[in-house]
Design a protein around this ligand. Structure first.
Ligand SMILES: *Cc1c(COP(=O)(O)O)cnc(C)c1O
Length: 427
């Protein structure tokens, strides 16, 4: 496959952009080689600058649940742009969006818009701390909540030890307020609450973690978390930046029947434009400025273009028809890939929740980060490049979820399966 123009652009990008990219995973470091540059996308397909076409399972990392360049989203953005790109004073879209989110997600009684998932999680944590007047937060090993300082922490040597900064530049003094426990481990959670009684402001969790590949909560785990947070006066924060409006119109919380205190959103609610939001119980949300003491703001928050795009996407999704279609496509992909791996004799653990999936190259089940780390990443690299060279684009890392959109067709799935059957035999 000829990618000469992508190679030339990447060489130029390296001179002016750190690593040539504006978000690290795009650099293909985990799989080797160089990224390709895209200048067009439609439905479930993307085209690189050399004119190569790919079936896309990245979906701009989650937002493109309706496929790329959905006509209703494009029309909404164009219409909004004709009236101006930003006002810096309330606009009607903000009221429509807030009402719609509150209607679709019953645990959300009030909501504040911001500009990214990172901002949503960072602000929800600040709000939880301000509301409870406590400093410590609990997060889970392998869960990603954006790149704010106190959330860039993963497990140190044990669940009860203070976290170590995951990134240079995060002061250890910040990181020590973040306690990290393994996912799907109620005992670890029990111990962390016992060891930090009266000090934990909240627990933040991806209810279905999709940033270390994909694994699901064991039955009862989310229910247990709801109970233990309540019993300890800590807030339960669901980070649904990825799962919100993807696993159901009401997100993972609808699917699993849990009512968190606060929820973070992003990705899908921007329809492909930069957006984030966080919301929850009204008594907590009213701790935010200008009514409450917790400061949070944004020049472009509630941006009319982003909200027009997001509203068009949510309106399209709310019927519920989309989720039935996504489940059907997901099930077909899963069945086919599991079969293909079996006939190729390659051990693959295929995890899926609706339209999110991950095939780990390991024989054992994957319920947390430690399990995920057992996968054969060299094998994944060969698989990734084999698929890419046959025009199927998967996320360039073993530790990312794949996404199906309503624009994927039976033909796309069939093509993916026939390519995978061939590539798996070469591994
Ligand atoms: C993508 C993501 C974020 C960060 O959102 P950005 O818009 O990239 O800042 C936070 N949490 C989860 C679960 C995500 O998937």
């Amino acid at each position: 496959m000829n990618r000469a123009q992508s190679e030339a652009l990447f060489a130029e990008a390296l001179k002016f952009i750190p690593g040539g990219v504006n978000s690290p995973v795009r650099a293909f470091r985990a799989v080797g080689g160089h990224p390709f540059f895209v200048n067009r996308a439609a439905r479930a397909h993307i085209w690189d600058v050399d004119g190569n076409e790919y079936v896309d399972y990245v979906g701009t990392w989650g937002p493109a649940i309706l496929g790329h360049a959905h006509p209703k989203i494009i029309a909404a953005v164009k219409a909004a742009a004709d009236h101006g790109t930003s006002f810096g004073i309330p606009n009607p879209f903000e009221v429509t969006m807030a009402k719609l989110i509150c209607a679709l997600v019953p645990s959300v009684e009030k909501v504040r818009m911001c500009n990214s998932g990172t901002e949503a999680c960072m602000s929800a944590i600040r709000l939880a701390r301000g509301f409870t007047k406590r400093d410590k937060i609990v997060k889970f090993d392998g869960c990603y909540h954006g790149h704010a300082d106190s959330l860039l922490v993963k497990a140190g040597s044990g669940a009860l030890t203070f976290g170590n900064p995951d990134s240079a530049g995060v002061p250890a003094d910040f990181a020590r307020h973040t306690l990290v426990v393994p996912f799907n481990d109620p005992d670890a959670l029990r111990s962390v609450f016992a060891a930090n009684a009266g000090q934990i402001a909240g627990v933040i969790i991806e209810p279905v973690p999709g940033n270390a590949g994909l694994y699901l909560p064991r039955p009862g785990f989310l229910e247990f978390m709801r109970k233990i947070t309540q019993a300890n006066g800590a807030l339960l924060i669901f980070d649904e930046v990825m799962t919100g409006f993807r696993l159901a119109a009401g997100g993972a919380q609808e699917r699993f029947g849990i009512r968190p205190d606060l929820t973070c959103f992003g990705k899908i609610i921007g329809g492909g434009l930069p957006v984030g939001a966080f919301g929850g119980r009204a008594d907590i949300m009213d701790y935010l400025a200008p009514v409450g003491p917790v400061y949070q703001a944004g020049t472009l928050s509630g941006n009319p273009l982003a909200l027009a795009a997001g509203l068009a996407a949510l309106e399209e999704l709310r019927s519920g028809e989309a989720y039935r279609k996504l489940e059907g496509l997901g099930a077909a992909l899963e069945a086919g890939l599991v079969d293909a791996a079996k006939s190729a004799g390659v051990p693959v653990q295929f995890n899926r929740c609706g339209s999110m999936f991950c095939g780990y190259f390991t024989a054992g089940p994957v319920h947390n980060l430690a399990d995920a780390m057992q996968s054969d990443r060299e094998r994944f690299k060969r698989y990734f490049h084999g698929m890419l060279d046959a025009s199927v684009y998967l996320a360039p890392s073993q530790f990312e979820a794949g996404f199906i959109s309503t624009a994927h067709t039976a033909t796309d799935i069939a093509k993916t399966l026939s390519v995978a059957a061939k590539v798996l035999k070469t591994l």
